[in-house]
Design a protein around this ligand. Structure first.
Ligand SMILES: [Zn+2]
Length: 302
């Protein structure tokens, strides 16, 4: 767990992917607890009129309702966009990654991502099913205790919202997937302030370890996992994965708010960046570049 998984020095000097300035403002203002610029011009509680897409709450200036409401269309779109961004991260080691046609659990629920033959034990290979959830640090949708909306849900333990969201996913999926002998389940939880849950981080570390093994095999220089250059290379892969997930989570959190206030769809002009057909190619790209987009102003401001 930990704070945002990305930092300024991780950003490359040029990248085709971009953030709209309004998304960047939304993420930082929400994280800092400041009024969000795209919400400020809207009618508010004192000037009633702007209601959430769920038709049950008025929009607040800090995005707390929008970030906790599950009914408006932005919530689903931001979640689904994040799934499409996360899934390629697990394809760099040659595993097939599915976001459609996920094997259903015994309760006929389906996770978001299925990585084929990702795990193995003495009984053979197992698929890993991941289900993504984005949690929020403040109350925003309490009708029983409306005075709590806008306040931190766990002021003394910032990881609790992540842990509780993971527990909900486990209750929903883990027991129902338990009868599938070829599938394991893992919750993937991030917060709107871009914190990452421990289980998800451990999965990223496993992926970084495998990327490192593949990298040395690909470069034809076999390395033992306890060798210094293996450990340094793995740290670079792990840092890169955390940075990518942190930035994806930040953008998804901002999209969730902005898509509920206007019809601003995924802002990236090149969101559907073509995936390399060879996993070796994408692995090499991953080892050479963080591929992190920088915030950029609208074209008319440049
Ligand atoms: Zn709502």
């Amino acid at each position: 767990m930990g704070p945002s998984g990305f930092s300024r020095q991780d950003w490359p000097s040029a990248h085709a992917d971009s953030w709209h300035l309004s998304l960047w403002q939304t993420f930082f203002c929400s994280t800092l607890g400041e009024p969000i610029p795209v919400l400020v011009p809207l009618p508010t509680q004192s000037h009633p009129g702007a209601t959430c897409g769920c038709n049950k709450f008025l929009l607040d200036l800090h995005g707390d309702h929008t970030s906790t409401c599950k009914s408006h269309s932005g919530a689903t779109k931001a979640h689904d966009w994040m799934v499409t961004q996360l899934s390629p991260l697990f394809g760099t080691t040659g595993h097939k990654v599915k976001t459609q046609g996920i094997t259903p659990s015994s309760g006929l629920k389906r996770g978001d991502i299925e990585i084929i033959n990702y795990l193995s034990d003495s009984a053979g290979s197992r698929n890993l099913v991941i289900d993504l959830s984005i949690t929020h640090d403040r109350h925003g949708s309490s009708s029983a205790h409306p005075h709590l909306n806008g306040t931190l849900s766990h002021p003394d333990s910032p990881d609790t919202p992540l842990n509780e969201a993971a527990k909900r996913k486990d209750n929903k999926y883990r027991n129902t997937y338990i009868n599938h002998h070829s599938i394991s389940f893992l919750p993937a939880i991030t917060s709107t302030s871009s914190r990452i849950h421990g289980e998800f981080l451990r999965l990223l570390f496993l992926q970084a370890h495998r990327e490192t093994e593949n990298y040395f095999a690909f470069m034809d220089t076999p390395a033992q996992p306890n060798q210094t250059h293996f450990v340094f290379r793995r740290a670079a892969f792990y840092s890169s994965l955390k940075s990518k997930v942190g930035l994806i989570a930040a953008k998804a959190a901002a999209l969730r708010i902005n898509m509920n206030t206007d019809s601003c769809l995924v802002a990236s002009r090149t969101a559907s960046r073509r995936l390399a057909s060879s996993h070796a190619t994408s692995l090499l790209h991953s080892s050479l570049s963080h591929h992190l987009p920088r915030p950029q102003p609208f074209p008319h401001l440049t």
